[in-house]
Design a protein around this ligand. Structure first.
Ligand SMILES: Cc1ncc(COP(=O)(O)O)c(C=O)c1O
Length: 441
């Protein structure tokens, strides 16, 4: 009998008792290779001595001080570190405790910005189908993940959705990346015009789509064209990098690779690498100045914003990534992971697509490679793959509903940035074995 209200109460979970490097250990002594960092969280792996030492030192200094009374050195240093690393003038960092909170803060900041700048009619948010922005009501409302939204629809504020940038399925044969990007930018523009440009507050998108569709990067130029449409109509561009940010793609901010600076960006997961719950929202000076020069403060806040111990963990994580130049490893190991997956499974009749950026890699499975027809959702192939991987001592992050919330199966890989070439080979060997048991070629 457990008194924990578990995520999946009908399932008996193994008990995690230890973790070192890219391995986790359960109470029966079984070892698992953590090839997804949980849900793209543990970017430094487990048991990292420098991060643990930083947390202990912070506890000995000041664990927590409420932000209505105090600031702390550690939160100031972390904010400065992030602002200096962020592209453009994303200079102001609002700390929260996770990804959903970061997205909620972003939506409220966008709305307050328009209230402060005498545009109170701007209230609509446009996002994309097949996206995930979190499970709190505001984040769920803008998210485009059909099954997660469905039971709660009567509670969700209205939001509007356009097509994702999903080249494997939606880029037409013969259509160039530029033409495809322009078609999607035109669709966004049409949606803004339909709603009335003066009523639209923001466009929200994951820079690289994570859990819902499996590491789907935008085609070249997509974000630049989206940025241009937003600028044309005074709509704020909010990029959600809760999963794809903080080095996961090989860039600290994933949008750097696209040469685009959003008005607001959300981060979490890899920020604290799982050592403490922490997320953040960064906003441009323009938005910050409008608020501070207007009513004077952002009408928001939670008890744990700017938590000193969480900031200490995140600061140690970010210093480690920078000093050890781990993003070079992310790029190299990411190339290797995609290449090895293509090598190991390239001839498999159910392998549809291998994609991603850096150590953010997705594998999509299909029933037929030529037509890209999906596997029967009733087979729950993604769940079977997860079980088979666990049997092979491998943790990955599979999901169904890749295409439309119901059809499609993919597996997401997000191994720690510290992983070695030999560990990548090991991950792929185990994965190929698991795939061949679930989907015999
Ligand atoms: C892109 C994105 N945004 C927001 C969230 C929500 O983050 P959290 O689960 O920390 O609330 C997630 C979580 O997976 C995510 O992937």
């Amino acid at each position: 009998m457990t008194h924990v209200f578990h995520r999946n109460p009908k399932q008996t979970m193994p008990v995690a008792v230890a973790g070192q490097g890219i391995e986790l250990v359960d109470s029966t002594g079984r070892h698992y290779l953590d090839a997804s960092g949980g849900a793209a969280v543990s970017c430094l792996g487990h048991g990292h001595p420098r991060v643990i030492a930083a947390i202990k030192a912070q506890l000995d200094t000041i664990a927590y001080a409420h932000t209505s009374f105090f600031t702390t050195e550690v939160s100031e240093t972390l904010a400065r570190t992030l602002a200096e690393a962020a592209p453009g003038d994303l200079d102001h960092v609002y700390f929260v405790s996770g990804g959903s909170e970061a997205v909620e803060a972003a939506l409220k900041l966008a709305r307050q910005y328009f209230v402060e700048t005498s545009q109170p009619q701007r209230r609509h948010f446009i996002a994309r189908r097949q996206s995930y922005h979190g499970n709190t009501l505001g984040a769920l409302a803008i998210g485009g993940n059909a099954w997660r939204r469905e039971p709660f629809l009567p509670l969700l504020v209205p939001a509007h959705h356009v097509s994702p940038c999903y080249a494997y399925r939606d880029q037409a044969g013969g259509e160039t990346d530029t033409q495809y990007a322009q078609r999607l930018a035109d669709e966004l523009e049409a949606k803004i015009l339909e709603l009335g440009p003066e009523t639209v507050a923001g466009f929200v998108a994951e820079t690289v789509v994570g859990a819902t569709a499996g590491a789907v990067p935008p085609v070249a130029d997509y974000l630049k064209r989206i940025r241009a449409v937003c600028d044309k109509y005074g709509v704020l561009l909010i990029l959600d990098e809760v999963m794809s940010g903080m080095g996961r793609t090989g860039y600290l901010f994933a949008c750097e690779e696209d040469g685009v600076v959003p008005d607001i960006v959300t981060i979490a997961k890899g920020l604290g690498a799982g050592y403490q719950p922490i997320g953040a929202m960064l906003s441009t000076a323009r938005i910050y100045d409008a608020i501070v020069g207007g009513s004077g403060f952002f009408q928001h806040g939670h008890t744990y914003i700017g938590h000193a111990t969480a900031c200490a963990a995140a600061l140690a994580v970010q210093q480690t990534i920078a000093e050890e130049k781990l993003l070079d490893n992310v790029l190299a190991r990411g190339e290797q992971l995609r290449a090895r997956l293509r090598e190991a499974l390239g001839d498999h009749p159910n392998l549809g697509d291998v994609r991603g950026r850096g150590l953010f890699v997705g594998v999509e499975f299909v029933a037929d490679r030529a037509t890209k027809a999906t596997l029967d959702p009733a087979r729950k192939t993604h769940a079977a793959l997860k079980r088979a991987c666990v049997e092979h001592g491998l943790l990955v992050y599979p999901m169904g509903g890749t295409v439309d919330g119901i059809h499609g199966d993919h597996v997401l890989f997000a191994p720690p940035f510290i992983c070695t070439a030999a560990q990548i080979d090991n991950i792929v060997d185990r994965f190929a074995q698991a795939v061949n048991t679930v989907l015999p070629a």
